[in-house]
Design a protein around this ligand. Structure first.
Ligand code: SF4
Ligand code: SF4
Length: 200
């Protein structure tokens, strides 16, 4: 069994990934980058020359493959999302796979766990929290510390995007809200319609 973190940004890394797949009975993507692109995939919405100029100053010879989740290159048996991946999910996945059963991972929104913890909802204070459309499983750590969820675990099953955008637009500007969605999820299929409507 292999756990793969990150995404291939160089040809050698792509070859390593393919070799790991060849040698492994089960392959698990560990974290949001390997599962659905994560932060590095934001390159799809930026000009590479701008990134070199403002983010990687002094590294003009920087080369990177186009960033895609590892499922773009190899078969992935299980996904462990999150930035970082949740320790409970790693433990559950390991014990389940060793025991020969399917891991039981949460697919409902963060707000459910937030309510169970009796947190005050940050939306009431006008803060743009992506909890209603983000998959639970991290222990709702950010809202529990008073910080809005940035959606690092990607979307829940069938997110109600229309309602979420309407609700979240109250606490921020529309361009900032789109950037928030794109921080981790620029390649997530569920959000592409939203991004298509907003061209920078
Ligand atoms: S703070 Fe965020 S995660 Fe918690 S209930 Fe409100 S919207 Fe949902
Ligand atoms: S609360 Fe949201 S941003 Fe924070 S770790 Fe969990 S999914 Fe990620």
């Amino acid at each position: 069994m292999a756990f793969v973190d990150g995404v291939p940004a160089r040809r050698e890394e792509l070859k390593t990934l393919q070799e790991v797949r060849r040698r492994s009975e089960l392959l698990v993507s560990l974290g949001s980058c390997s599962s659905f692109g994560g932060v590095p995939a934001a390159q799809h919405f930026h000009d590479l020359s701008d990134l070199k100029k403002y983010v990687y100053k002094g590294m003009e010879d920087l080369h990177s493959l186009e960033i895609f989740p590892i499922s773009n290159y190899v078969r992935v048996d299980f996904q462990l999302r999150g930035c970082p991946a949740s320790k409970w999910e790693i433990l559950e996945t390991l014990t389940a796979l060793i025991a020969g059963r399917v891991p039981q991972l949460k697919s409902y929104p963060q707000c459910v766990d937030c309510k169970i913890r009796e947190n005050r909802c940050l939306l009431l204070d006008g803060l743009p929290c992506l909890g209603p459309i983000t998959r639970a499983g991290c222990g709702v750590v950010c809202p529990s510390a008073g910080v809005p969820c940035d959606g690092c675990r990607g979307p829940t099953e069938e997110p109600n995007l229309t309602s979420a955008v309407k609700l979240l637009s109250r606490g921020t500007t529309y361009p900032d809200l789109i950037r928030k969605f794109q921080k981790y999820c620029s390649l997530v299929p569920e959000y592409q319609e939203l991004f298509d409507k907003w061209k920078w």
